[in-house]
Design a protein around this ligand. Structure first.
Ligand code: FMN
Length: 349
């Protein structure tokens, strides 16, 4: 069984962190399908966690059902990253993950995200400060490197291992590539063969067969990003295959039901939840719930639109669904569109 530090993973298949997409409701629903060994939150600002004010703080929220849970933070200051890791540990998370892969300029310009890969010594000092500050495992998610001239993941991965990291994930593209081209799994395999801590790979697994195939590169596990947004059953299907079974068949109605369940969970976030059900960043208490409830329908519609941009790609007639969902002005209209697309019984004859 794959373990990250002392944290056992029941499956090596992981939901990759995706800003704007992998909220707690989505993670819970994917987890319920089975085959998922770990979920990671959207990235949260270390600065925000430490100062207690930032829009990204709510991204640190998680529910008990999601365990084991990894909270991903970003930042470039060793002391602040260590303090943020302590807050994450205090929230009861199982793992704290460091984002060294984000290529977005607004993050990279603060020596955070993938720009840490351009300063390997400094990046290692961030990890050293964090591992000294907390008992939970500290993990790192990086890219192949900043650009083709600097594909330094093998070197940096060793450095963060020496600094006390418990696992590393490599998304085999450079920051300059962003999401173009393909992930370099040969590089991922090389890092996996050179490190003693678990190495996970990420990139371009769209079908369960890809996930199974990539496990053969010698990695300890595979993170699936966009493939989960298209098909939330991909990890369960990969687990079926790993167990020697045929991957489960997902009906059109089940795909529709997933979206209905997502709407239901989003609508009821923070509503009537028992004590200990949800964990918040310290300054993001349930007292703020009323602020979040305001404009909830609009927020839910926007969330479903964002998911449908990916979800529709795996479906027959998907572009039609995407266009229609993008025009839905109310939840009632959204439900009517989903009913017609997923649940209408074709006329006989
Ligand atoms: C919409 C989107 C948001 C992402 N946000 C994050 C993030 O917050 N942190 C991170 O480490 N990676 C992030 N990624 C990268 C993914 O975790 C993953 O490594 C990458 O998409 C390659 O895997 P895939 O081909 O399975 O999607 C994001 C990717 C996408 C598509």
């Amino acid at each position: 069984m794959t373990k990250i530090g002392t944290v056992p993973l029941a499956s090596p298949f992981v939901v990759a962190p995706m800003a704007g997409m992998t909220d707690t409701a989505f993670r819970r629903l994917v987890k319920r399908q089975g085959g998922c060994g770990l979920v990671v939150t959207e990235m949260v600002s270390s600065e925000g966690l430490v100062r207690g004010i930032d829009r990204t703080l709510e991204y640190a929220e998680y529910t008990e059902e999601e365990r084991p849970i990894s909270i991903q933070i970003f930042g470039g200051d060793p002391a602040k990253m260590a303090a943020a890791a302590q807050i994450v540990e205090g929230m009861g998370a199982d793992i704290v993950d460091v984002n060294m892969g984000c290529p977005v300029a607004k993050i990279a310009k603060h020596s955070a995200g993938c720009s840490l890969m351009r300063q390997p010594e400094h990046a290692a000092s961030v990890i050293a400060a964090m591992t000294q500050a907390v008992k939970i495992p500290v993990t790192v998610k990086m890219r192949a490197g900043w650009n083709d001239g600097a594909r330094n993941a093998p070197t940096l991965a060793k450095m963060v291992q020496d600094a006390g990291a418990s696992a590393v994930t490599i998304h085999g593209r450079t920051a300059e590539q962003s999401y173009s081209g393909f992930a370099d799994w040969d590089l991922v395999a090389r890092v996996a063969s050179e490190l003693t801590i678990p190495v996970f790979g990420s990139g371009d697994c769209i079908e369960p067969e890809h996930v199974i195939g990539r496990m053969e590169t010698g990695v300890s596990g595979v993170l699936v990003g966009r493939g989960v947004l298209r098909n939330p059953w991909i990890l369960a299907q990969a687990a079926d295959m790993a167990a020697g079974r045929a991957p489960r068949v997902v009906t059109r109605a089940a795909r529709g039901q997933f979206l209905c369940d997502y709407i239901e969970l989003l609508l009821n976030e923070r509503v009537g939840e028992g004590e200990g059900f949800r964990h918040f960043a310290p300054s993001c208490s349930p007292d703020n719930a009323s602020a979040i409830a305001r404009g909830r329908d609009r927020w839910v519609i926007n969330k479903v639109r964002a998911l449908c941009a990916w979800y529709s790609k795996g479906l027959e007639g998907g572009s039609h669904l995407r266009t229609r969902v993008n025009t839905a002005a109310s939840l009632a209209e959204l439900h009517a569109i989903l009913d017609e697309f997923f649940f209408a019984v074709p006329a006989a004859g």
